[in-house]
Design a protein around this ligand. Structure first.
Ligand code: KE4
Length: 430
């Protein structure tokens, strides 16, 4: 562990006044041991903690910082915007510009509504699907995480599985009965579930590429087959692209795999680090949303002008520089291959899943294609690896069941440092 007395002091105080000392459970280091480190600033690929330690980081604030921290274009845009007040509670030009830009980048969207988090986006999207179809049940996939709304805390990934509560207390049986779960990458199981619940299913919500059980990639034509199943059975297909949207491609996983959902949920990158979520899709569905339709959804700070400013600046850079995506994929692939070569040299065959700028090193030799295989990972070994990497100044997501994120600020220099630390960490824990 790095020397972090100030972080320790802050954490001791935080635990007396904030549940677990953190405002989001996965930050608490519960899965990796030790106490969380309190960050003070960040620039590019580097985090700086309260004790002056520096880390190369592969979290990117869980996705948003795709162009690295404190991007000058985003920063300048926000600095200029804050002079005009922070919020009006009235419509603004920037919300129109944001909707236009997102629709330009994801042309399958006819209409979009801004909210304040990925959770708000996903809970609103399933409300639209239920309201439009008049059906109650939804299908989610084991290990996928769609935020902390009650309907999703069934066999949930990310922090829920990290904390050992994939089925959280406080979610009523009444809610849970309407959430069906299917294993990811298993079409037969999905078809059986649909047959067993004929004409009762409003929607399927899926991470088209999963980040929340660690990075898991859809089998060839899996998403295309799901699209067909939804069409055949009158089920609304919701792509939860809170993590993959604008990260895997300019048009997200939908563009990458050529599959158009009926609704998409977005977050993270669209706020450029500010609290923003969004849901959108076909106008036949979105015109059911209040005030044009009867499905109620609202938010005091939805479309907040400062958050829109940050999102517009970041998305604008991504739209105008599409080569970023091949650059990110090349950097991430180089890191993966380097890590695999080192493991081969050490006689290890742990699994790495990688797509674009998302990857996860799983401490299992199994192929990881779903929640069941992700859970064959040795969590104790991951925790030791995490701590050994942290001690060498490499800050990874503090859970086996999370994706790593690479930003454009990662250069060959950082990749070399990460690979050297990877070799040292493996040698020290085995
Ligand atoms: P938020 O409510 O945390 O903004 O978004 C929820 C959400 C929805 N859908 C997907 C695919 C997501 O990945 C998320 C949130 N992701 C986690 C990281 N795996 C957030 C980190 C945290 O919980 O602190």
């Amino acid at each position: 562990m790095p020397n972090t007395p100030i972080s320790q002091e802050l954490f001791a105080k935080a635990q007396t006044i904030i549940p677990g000392g953190v405002n989001s459970p996965v930050r608490a280091f519960k899965a990796v041991g030790g106490n969380p480190i309190f960050m003070k600033s960040a620039k590019g690929a580097y985090l700086h903690d309260e004790d002056g330690n520096q880390y190369i980081e592969l979290i990117n604030s869980w996705g948003p910082m795709i162009l690295g921290h404190a991007n000058p274009v985003v920063e300048e845009a926000v600095m200029n915007a804050i002079k005009n007040s922070f919020s009006f509670g009235a419509p603004t030009r920037k919300e129109v510009e944001m909707a236009e830009l997102i629709i330009e980048m994801m042309p399958f969207i006819d209409k979009i509504r801004m909210v304040n988090s990925g959770t708000e986006a996903t809970m609103s999207a399933i409300r639209v699907a239920r309201g439009f179809t008049g059906k109650d049940k939804i299908i989610k996939f084991e290990g996928c995480y769609h935020g902390h709304a009650d309907s999703f805390l069934i066999s949930a990934g990310s922090g829920a599985v990290t904390m050992g509560t994939p089925d959280s207390p406080g979610v009523t049986a009444g809610v849970a009965k309407d959430t069906l779960t299917a294993p990811y990458n298993n079409l037969q199981a999905l078809e059986n579930l649909i047959v067993a619940n004929e004409n009762k299913i409003a929607a399927m919500i899926i991470e088209p590429v999963v980040g929340n059980m660690g990075c898991v990639i859809p089998h060839e034509n899996y998403l295309q087959a799901i699209r067909k199943l939804c069409d055949k059975n009158g089920i609304i297909l919701i792509f939860d692209e809170v993590m993959t949207g604008f990260r895997l491609a300019k048009g997200g996983a939908s563009e990458l795999f050529g599959v158009k959902p009926d609704l998409v949920t977005l977050g993270k990158i669209i706020g450029g680090g500010m609290p923003v979520g969004a849901y959108g899709g076909k106008k036949e569905l979105m015109n059911w949303v209040s005030p044009v339709g009867k499905i109620y959804q609202a938010g005091t700070l939805s479309g907040n002008p400062i958050a829109m400013t940050a999102g517009l600046a970041l998305l604008g850079l991504l739209k105008n520089n599409p080569q970023i995506y091949s650059e990110l994929a090349q950097k991430t692939e180089k890191m993966k291959i380097g890590m695999q070569n080192i493991m081969q040299k050490l006689g290890l065959n742990y699994t790495i899943n990688q797509i674009g700028s998302m990857m996860t090193l799983f401490f299992t030799s199994s192929k990881v294609t779903n929640f069941e295989t992700a859970k064959t990972s040795d969590l104790g070994l991951f925790a030791k690896y995490f701590q050994a990497m942290l001690a060498q100044g490499i800050y990874l997501p503090p859970s086996q069941f999370e994706s790593w994120f690479v930003s454009t600020s990662i250069t060959d220099h950082e990749i070399e440092r990460i690979l050297a630390a990877h070799e040292n960490a493996l040698q020290s824990i085995l």
